[in-house]
Ligand binder design. Structure first.
Ligand code: PLP
Length: 479
């Protein structure tokens, strides 16, 4: 059952070897699942691919389906498995804690929440010292907005277009990606400013990033000094001026690299200027680190550090539990004080098992030098993709940092029109058939998102590149 799928594919190298022995699967078989899906018996069976992948086991950067096929996981369950599927250290920490105490609700303290909060704040700069543990990123952002409104006494908040900050009705108002907004009432008091998108925005901003300058529209930079960011910040000023009663704002929230939006990397210095503006209007600055945190960018532990800013509130989730459901809000004692002593109630948030898992994840990131690994393997990946870009007209942009990478597919490099969805889907389905699972996103659904478990190796990158090249060649032949 462990036969590598790659051996069946002509001319491709073998998938990198491994010494993990997955167990065989003895539950529902694949055809049963397909039948369930076909008959629409279970609407919860929403899956990514035309023919769903039925995964039953994972180990570090690999997944196995019920047929025993191995896949390189380049999407990590939507950027959620940080240090590796079923990482043994994290698994042991959960098991040990489960022998002692699973739950108290946060009406009592327990040693694990104390240990976890201390460890987490040691990773954060400034006066970010108070931790609220939640169960998800949406809950964390809901709470962060509530805090900002209580602290400032102002209701209005601003986010970037193309952002995704969560799925609660409240946060759907904050999220500015139409694909993730439904035709129902959303939270009030949310405003959106122009996205400082170096590839699609009117002023570019490309020179201000680490990746090589690309032909086409670029910002008007001189000697590394980026002017694009100033123009995007003027747009923010415009929103503040026209939309905020008495010129006051409660909060501004942004990721340093937009995850769901397609790994859009903000121009250098944008957040610094934006934070100055927001603070001048009395608001708090929230960094959403749900995808960008915990060393994934390689250069920094937190995404906001790559922009040289210190936020007032940081939200996180996904990778902090390596797939175990948890999230958190971290803020200053002054801001936390407005919440009152026991005002915020959350039954499962901060339960001992989650805290044990979160604590083990922080240890593994240190012990395995995960951040340095992201920098090394991520740079290798981005360089390889940059060279692939010169081979294929439909690769419009390669962007990102560390192991948070986006590949934007277009009709051609000059028009930058998004590649139609069915063509993107065929490329993406093709990579799956060759054993590589990639994410997809962006407003037009034309961005491949590469955000694997952070233990990916260069050998995995080589194989993934060979697969992507083959899928793009297959696409060219189909045209
Ligand atoms: N913030 C960002 C940047 C996200 O990518 C997500 C989820 O994809 C969320 C918040 C919401 O997190 P959750 O799905 O855990 O509620």
């Amino acid at each position: 059952p462990t036969a590598a799928i790659s051996s069946a594919i002509d001319g491709l190298p073998e998938m990198p070897p491994h010494d993990f022995q997955p167990s065989t699967h003895d539950g529902l078989d694949f055809s049963t699942v397909l039948n369930i899906r076909k008959k629409n018996l279970n609407p919860a069976l929403f899956t990514f691919y035309r023919k769903p992948v039925y995964i039953h086991q994972g180990h570090m950067q690999y997944l196995w389906d019920t047929n025993g096929r191995r896949y390189i996981d380049l999407f990590a369950g939507i950027v959620t498995v940080s240090v590796g599927h079923c990482h043994p250290t994290v698994g042991r920490a959960a098991q040990e804690q489960m022998k002692k105490l699973w739950h108290t609700t946060n009406i009592y303290l327990h040693p694990k929440i104390h240990e976890y909060a201390e460890k987490l704040v040691s990773k954060l700069p400034g006066n970010l010292k108070v931790v609220y543990v939640t169960n998800s990123g949406s809950e964390a952002n809901d709470l962060a907005i509530l805090m900002a409104r209580l602290y400032t006494g102002v209701f209005e908040c601003v986010s970037l277009r193309n952002c995704y900050h969560g799925a609660s009705p409240y946060l759907m108002g904050l999220t500015a990606l139409s694909t993730w907004r439904y035709n129902s009432p959303t939270g009030f008091g949310f405003h959106h400013t122009m996205n400082p998108d170096p590839y699609r925005g009117p002023w570019g901003g490309k020179h201000c990033r680490d990746s090589p300058a690309q032909p086409g529209r670029q910002c008007d930079c001189v000697e590394g000094e980026c002017h694009a960011k100033d123009m995007y910040v003027d747009q923010l000023e415009d929103v503040l001026r026209y939309s905020m009663p008495k010129g006051k704002v409660a909060a501004f929230i942004a990721e340093a690299i937009q995850g769901v939006g397609g790994a859009v990397q903000l121009p250098d210095g944008y957040l610094k200027k934006a934070y100055e503006k927001i603070r001048a209007h009395g608001g708090l600055c929230i960094a959403d680190e749900v995808q960008t945190g915990f060393g994934r960018l390689g250069s920094h532990y937190w995404g906001f550090e790559s922009q040289g800013v210190v936020p007032d509130i940081v939200t996180m989730a996904k990778g902090m539990g390596n797939g175990y459901p948890m999230g958190a809000v971290v803020t200053t004692p002054e801001i936390a004080a407005t919440m009152g002593q026991a005002l915020h109630f959350n039954t499962f948030g901060g339960n001992p098992v989650a805290c044990a898992v979160g604590s083990a994840v922080l240890d593994v990131i240190d012990e395995e030098k995960t951040q340095a690994l992201c920098a090394d393997v991520g740079t290798y990946f981005i360089q390889a993709l940059d060279s692939l870009r010169s081979e294929f007209e439909i690769i419009g942009d390669i962007r990102g940092k560390g192991l948070m990478i986006g590949v934007e597919l277009v009709k051609d490099k000059v028009s930058r029109d998004p590649l139609p969805g069915d063509e993107v889907a065929s490329i993406w389905e093709d990579t799956k058939e060759m054993g590589v699972l990639i994410g997809k996103g962006g407003l037009f659904g034309n961005c491949l998102r590469i955000k694997p478990p952070m233990c990916l190796t260069k050998a995995d990158v080589d194989y993934s590149l060979a697969v992507l090249r083959r899928a793009l060649q297959n696409h060219s032949q189909r045209q």
